[in-house]
Design a protein around this ligand. Structure first.
Ligand code: SF4
Ligand code: SF4
Ligand code: SF4
Length: 396
């Protein structure tokens, strides 16, 4: 890999003042301990340039959740996630066969797990899909997790938006975020360019992002010049608040819950666009705060695709989050991201955790159907071998 492509790594190596703030946050138990990013970046630059990236460095790169929790208070604005993404990129450059482990998250290949699971469960959005020749000024962009885990909630949301003329259509495309997270920068950029062309073809001027990760990734693509700057990108819960939606007091989901605790997604820490709006959807004054919330939000365990490397690290993160929720004594944990809900429910500690859309539309995510499909698909692959064509490229 070209040395000059290690921009964030060299930048951190040069500018870190070694104040130790990031190390203190890691020591609180994020599950990954690279220490101060300046010294780590110098070591990483050395290994990236001369190779090989050793197993200890590899482990730090792939157990980091890219949550930026340890650098959110960095006095010189170093981003842990940017360093780690570049480090992963350098690692893949040295170990090209290692990336197969993450193939399910490669959204530019036909074998990505979202597309495969939707096909396995017969989930299709053809009814709401867009005729590529028809303009769609306002586009609902639910993101991979919502559209794969819960077609019911996806369509309930789309129907709500469409009935109020807030969305003209929707797409089940990915924002490209997993590719950048894996360190596959060129492929992420190629994907975003194709997405941008699709948006231009549709005449899209307004995107309603259904997931905090997509919201951040789409805005980052815009900042990087990959998506047109004149497209307005909004956070779904804020659109719902502005439309007058509120979580009803009478529900079949968490029917007796009177107090709530909003779990803030780590990807929302910079803008709080999702967290603030989800609080506004809840009955006034009904929520309690976790110790780590807002800009101090913890990763739920699914960030950084760490589960493909060491699921025990994810489990530690899930347990920590659920522990903080239980300390609030709130009745129900409310998330803004379906992956966060999934993480909370898989912590091993029974917990009442729901995505805010479940409460709003009184429609449950059918976790058992999703998990059964995941198991069946894995068993089918084991029995019949992996189907052909998994590595066929797909672009928006
Ligand atoms: S917080 Fe920033 S400046 Fe301080 S040690 Fe960490 S990376 Fe360096
Ligand atoms: S997991 Fe988050 S807090 Fe821990 S090192 Fe990575 S970016 Fe920092
Ligand atoms: S699932 Fe939620 S908290 Fe976890 S990494 Fe994604 S956005 Fe962050």
């Amino acid at each position: 890999m070209n040395e000059c492509e290690l921009t964030a790594i060299h930048d951190a190596a040069a500018r870190c003042i070694e104040c130790g703030i990031c190390e203190t946050v890691q020591d609180e138990g994020c599950g990954c301990t690279p220490g101060m990013w300046g010294p780590f970046a110098r070591h990483l630059a050395e290994e990236a340039a001369r190779g090989p990236i050793d197993s200890a460095t590899e482990r730090l790169l792939f157990t980091c959740s890219l949550c930026d929790g340890c650098t959110q208070a960095c006095p010189v604005d170093i981003s842990a996630a940017n360093i780690v993404r570049e480090g992963r990129r350098a690692f893949h450059g040295q170990h090209s066969s290692a990336r197969e482990r993450w193939r399910p998250m490669m959204v530019d290949l036909a074998g990505n797990s979202f597309a495969r699971l939707r096909a396995w469960r017969d989930i299709s959005y053809d009814d709401a899909a867009l005729d590529p020749h028809q303009p769609c000024a306002s586009l609902f962009f639910p993101g991979c997790t919502l559209s794969t885990y819960s077609p019911e909630l996806t369509m309930a949301t789309f129907d709500y938006l469409a009935s109020r003329h807030l969305a003209d259509g929707m797409t089940a495309l990915c924002c490209g975020n997993p590719l950048w997270g894996l360190g596959l920068k060129e492929r992420g950029d190629t994907y975003a360019n194709a997405l941008s062309e699709r948006l231009a073809m549709l005449g899209t001027k307004y995107i309603i992002a259904g997931c905090p990760n997509c919201y951040r990734a789409l805005r980052q693509s815009q900042a990087n010049g990959l998506i047109a700057k004149d497209i307005e990108i909004s956070a779904l819960p804020q659109v719902l608040v502005d439309a007058g939606a509120r979580i009803p007091a009478e529900r079949s989901i968490a029917p007796n819950a009177e107090t709530f605790c909003v779990y803030d997604s780590c990807s929302d820490r910079a803008t709080r666009a999702f967290g603030n709006a989800v609080r506004a959807l809840l009955p006034p004054g009904s929520w309690r705060e976790m110790q780590h919330a807002g800009e101090d939000a913890l990763c739920c365990g699914s960030g950084g695709m760490v589960s493909f490397y060491d699921v025990s690290v994810c489990q530690t993160r899930r347990t920590r989050c659920v522990g903080e929720f239980r300390e609030t004594n709130a009745d129900c944990l409310v998330t803004a991201c379906v992956s966060c809900t999934n993480s909370m429910l898989r912590s091993g500690t029974p917990v009442s955790a729901h995505h805010y859309l479940e409460l709003l539309f009184d429609t449950p995510i059918r976790w058992e159907a999703h998990r059964a499909a995941s198991i069946e698909l894995a068993q089918s692959d084991e029995r019949n071998g992996m189907p052909a064509g998994l590595n066929d490229p797909i672009l928006p």
